[in-house]
Ligand binder design. Structure first.
Ligand code: ADP
Ligand code: ASP
Ligand code: MG
Length: 414
């Protein structure tokens, strides 16, 4: 008997009707002879509403208490899904993250899973029960409730699939699969039949919220096939899997844009060894994740360093940068939160040249200025002004003719 993990996102459990529909899908999988672990998110906009509420009572809510609050959203969903399955006449039991032994570190609101003890889940599955687990949450070594960062239910689902050696992990969401760009922003985006772990990892890290990037790290490490599909229909979705040779034929698979970052510049840094080490050591100490970094060539023995951080960390990063400025005798610190980062991703880039040129030309034609550039083997990102974000996305999507890729090209059978 195979084990299948099925995850339902917020829209897919938004109201009683959607919950019943999710329950029916689960039961169908169970009836086909599978063991089923279900992971659910908070209903609809619950998490956003809870965050807003927290900020209504405090400008600076304790992150421990935020986690205590946010974890309740998923707890409501698991109970309702279990009840819906009972109503259909099947055995089901719901658990919080802590109850199934999802142990995380103590970084509240962005905790990472360290360990999962599968005893309780396995016991219930062996009794023939459908197990429902709250996504997005765990507990630290002292039983403080933690959450895994926005979109964290994906990571709960994939981590469970990995550790339980599931046959596959279904991600039920509100779109038909993974597209060449966010279909809400680019209506002509095309659905991909398959995408490699590396590509979706880059897309997710660069802002495509369809999967939390941490979940893909698990999937890649443990080789978990993921099927991203709509909870509203039975159409085939997108399979996330190991890359096949043929996949390289497609140079660019997707484009994404994010407004989640802010840019900080430290100017007039005395140019001597160790300065960058000091800057990024101080930021790391504050647990600020730095994304892009550029340093210009120094003039008059003074250098400028620009880096981007997530908007959430911008205040802390700016405070830290001001402190560093004093310490190392730099001239000034500027910040800009009105930026967007546009990225094109594709494993085919490894073997093709001209991708950067095509992206830059498309932006140039639209008179969109590029502020920063960074690249990896399979990705090129540009920082631009926030006001151009959506237009830039569509223009670049069009430049790579992603609206025209024939779907036959996308299917790569092994
Ligand atoms: P869920 O609540 O099911 O986890 P999310 O809102 O987290 O759903 O993720 C699904 C959304 O991701 C879609 O509604 C879509 O707008 C967005 N998205 C961004 N980039 C892409 C992409 N390349 N392909 C598909 N969806 C994308
Ligand atoms: N409810 C959480 C969020 O909105 C986790 C998730 O949906 O994956 O971020
Ligand atoms: Mg999500």
């Amino acid at each position: 008997m195979g084990l299948i993990v099925q995850k339902f996102g917020g829209t897919s459990v938004a109201d009683a009707e959607r919950i019943m529909a999710a329950a029916q899908r689960v039961v169908k999988t169970y009836q086909a002879g599978n063991k089923v672990v279900v992971v659910v998110s908070a209903r609809g906009q619950t998490t956003d509403e809870l965050i807003d509420l927290a900020y209504e009572v405090s400008d600076n809510p304790s992150t421990r208490e935020l986690d205590m609050l946010l974890s309740t959203g998923e707890q409501v969903s698991i109970a309702l899904v279990a009840m819906a399955i009972h109503a259909l006449g099947y055995p089901a039991i719901s658990f919080t993250g802590g109850q199934v032994g999802i142990i995380t570190d103590s970084y509240h609101t962005k905790a990472r899973i360290k360990n999962i003890s599968t005893r309780r889940i396995t016991e219930e599955l062996n009794k023939g029960t459908i197990v429902i687990v709250a996504g997005f949450q765990g507990v630290d070594a002292d039983y403080n409730i933690t959450t895994l960062g926005r979109g964290g239910s994906d990571t709960t689902a994939v981590a469970l699939a990995a550790i339980m050696k599931a046959e596959r992990c279904d991600i039920f969401t509100d779109v038909n699969g993974i597209y060449t760009a966010d279909p809400r922003l680019v209506p002509e985006a095309r659905k991909l039949s398959r995408i490699s772990y590396d590509e979706i990892l880059e897309l997710a890290s660069m802002g495509a919220q369809v999967m939390q990037s941490r979940s893909i790290e698990f999937a890649k490490k443990y080789d978990v096939p993921i099927h991203v599909r709509s909870s509203f229909s039975d159409t085939e979705g997108t399979l996330i899997c190991k890359e096949g040779k043929e996949m390289e034929d497609i140079v660019v698979s997707g484009v994404t844009v994010t407004k989640d970052e802010a840019k900080i510049t430290i100017r007039g840094i005395p140019d001597r060894p160790g300065q960058a080490a000091i800057i990024f050591h101080e930021l790391a100490k504050k647990n600020v994740n730095v994304d892009m970094i550029i340093q210009n060539t120094s003039a008059n023995n003074l250098a400028d360093v620009t880096f981007t951080v997530s908007k959430k960390d911008a205040k802390e990063a700016l405070k830290t940068a001001e402190k560093i400025k004093e310490e190392i005798g730099a001239r000034e610190v500027n910040s800009d939160s009105k930026i967007a980062k546009l990225s094109v991703v594709g494993i085919g880039m490894r073997g093709h040249c001209g991708v950067a040129e095509k992206m830059f030309s498309a932006l140039a034609e639209e008179k969109i200025n590029i502020q920063m550039i960074s690249t990896s083997e399979i990705k090129i990102s540009c920082v631009i002004d926030e006001s151009h974000a959506e237009r830039a996305l569509r223009v670049v999507h069009h430049a790579f003719q992603l609206d025209k890729i024939p779907s036959a090209n996308l299917v790569t059978h092994h």
